[in-house]
Design a protein around this ligand. Sequence first.
Ligand code: NAD
Length: 357
Amino acid sequence: MSKKIVLLPGDGIGPEIVAEAKKVLEAVDAKFKLGLKFEEDLIGGCAIDVHGVPLAQSTLDRCKAADAVLMGSVGGPKWDALDSNIRPEKGLLKIRYEMGLYANLRPAILYPQLADASSLKPEIVSGLDILIVRELTGGIYFGEPRGIRLLDNGERQGYNTYVYAEHEIERIGRTAFEMAMKRDKKVCSVDKANVLEATVLWREVIQSISKDYPEVELSHMYVDNAAMQLVRAPKQFDVVVTGNMFGDILSDTAAMLTGSIGMLPSASLNQDSKGLYEPVHGSAPDIAGQGIANPLATILSAAMMLRYSLNEAAAADAIEAAVGAVLDDGLRSADIFSEGMKKVSTQEMGDAVAAKI
Ligand code: NAD
């Protein structure tokens, strides 16, 4: 049976890195007879140029009908001055919301070959393997009312609303506990329950569902402390679960622990395990079109896609092993290059990973 994958390369380096991920997917498809079928569509700035909106309804329908979506990245200076309602990032928020992609999984794994690339001391980060589970369709990024209003005294006031319903907390909490069961069986729930009532409820719900996972050790941490602990002693964490805004910030911090944002994949899943897979980094307009972007985060996102949405664990393992093997061979894109290694282009990196499959 064939499996339909929609590729959304997007803007900036997106088309360059998605092309390499497709190459690697074609290699595992040939080896494992997966029956992958690819379709390509527009999202972000390139969609604004063609359709006037960052996510056309036809694109959304196509993504909803697919087994999985692999995205590059959106955005760039060309569209920065647009009204905030049709900015490229709106396309991303819309697809997440419309597909019900509430669970954002962001692994931060430090490849032993890249221990020197981290800004922290090797002993603090070597062997790091944490998973940040971020709620993606709720919280302050979506809460209403929101806006900028005029007060009686003539001054403008900006306002947003931090909201979480019990079912939203429960489903992301369950995702975190399920993931922990397959890992080191530890969940740290991050909130700001000393100040925000919405996160008092968050803590209560997480505590109550933890009773269904007696093998998993649950801890709670305030977000300010969690930020500090992530750079002080990151290996204390296994699975971290948190809301949309805290997760946005903490997962970027965790990303940097691994040395390069060019190495980090992510998955965003709905309750049927359909998902959107994308690298953690953005469209890197500063290096777009130069053939120097690191495609590994997108290639590793493709591996996550095979594992979580297509149930093809062996093919996912093969991609991850191939990435490890090219790093062992000393191949490095510019962002992870160090003395004595072989600097390769985006395309050469993709070719090397595909060849290892
Ligand atoms: P960015 O992640 O695009 O770039 C930050 C730095 O990391 C840059 O120096 C860039 O060259 C480098 N970098 C990023 N990915 C790389 C890769 N694969 N290989 C090598 N180097 C890489 O973040 P930014 O500069 O803050 O944002 C640029 C644009 O991307 C903005 O328009 C922003 O809105 C958008 N953005 C999109 C997403 C997304 O699509 N999910 C996420 C973040 C930012």
